[in-house]
Design a protein around this ligand. Structure first.
Ligand SMILES: [Zn+2]
Length: 68
């Protein structure tokens, strides 16, 4: 059995640091140095994407116009 086939090299996708020496297969992960920055990026993305739409949209005006 090929032992190298079971060992996977884990490399930080951000800075390229080898997190775990392994075989030819390379898996990308995140190192301790980059993890806090990655979390910050995720938070920023969630903040910008999580903003609720404006409560007074065009749909509300249409509904009021047709019902009155
Ligand atoms: Zn890193």
């Amino acid at each position: 059995m090929d032992a190298e086939g079971e060992m996977v090299t884990v490399q930080c996708a951000w800075c390229g640091t080898i997190l775990r020496e392994g075989g030819k297969t390379i898996s990308h992960g995140i190192c301790r140095d980059c993890a806090p920055e990655l979390l910050e990026r995720i938070r920023e993305r969630l903040d910008s994407a999580g903003k609720p739409p404006a409560p007074d949209g065009p749909a509300r005006d249409l509904k009021r116009a047709s019902g009155d």
